[in-house]
Design a protein. Sequence first.
Length: 240
Amino acid sequence: MPQCQMSKEYALDIGHIDGRGIARPSAVIDFMQDLATRHAGEMGLSEKVAAHNGFWVLSRLKYRLTRPLHSYETVRLTTWPRQIKGASWYRDFTFEAQDGVIGSAVTMWAIVNMETHRLLRPKALDISFEDQIVGEPEMLKAIHTEHLQPCFDRVVRYSDIDINHHLNNVKAVDILSDAFGLEDDETRWVSQMQVNYLSETTCGTKLMLARGTGADGALCVAAFDGERENVQSEVVFSAL
């Protein structure tokens, strides 16, 4: 494993699980985002970003689990960054439980100036580290949705907003998950999920949720602000 890494254990409490007692997709992403933020702070990256009037942007993520996470279970996440190339960079994760490694994940991050909303290149902020890639790294691509059909509307409210006054990444996944149809079919769970955050969403925005398929036939759900696609997801289910 790379030297530039951080691990932390997370316990699934009652607020992380669904009606079947297993983790919602948002809980998995909540753990990932928390660990990434903690690690960036420990590495001194957050201080450098703040000094240049910037903030972190999670642009894409993808996780895979071999089994569901259950209520009150403890899972250990480990994360490490990859070598920086261009304006964004990748961070990888593993998930471990009592029965061993049960999953992996990858995220893609960028830094944005608070005033201009332009991307800040890490090298300009003196952010760099050695190549931390282990094995064959996965690259996160665009999600090409097809045959999207409207599901419902959802207005972004106070409880959905993060410290940057935008729709929280974790809350966005909860909103997307409401369109998966799991309440109608409790025999499956989300074993793989990719989310691409495309545009900022502010409080009061009326989102239209639409559901369709991807190029490979996987379920896709997207949230639109008018004609603009703000966030999109592609999901793979497994049988419980």
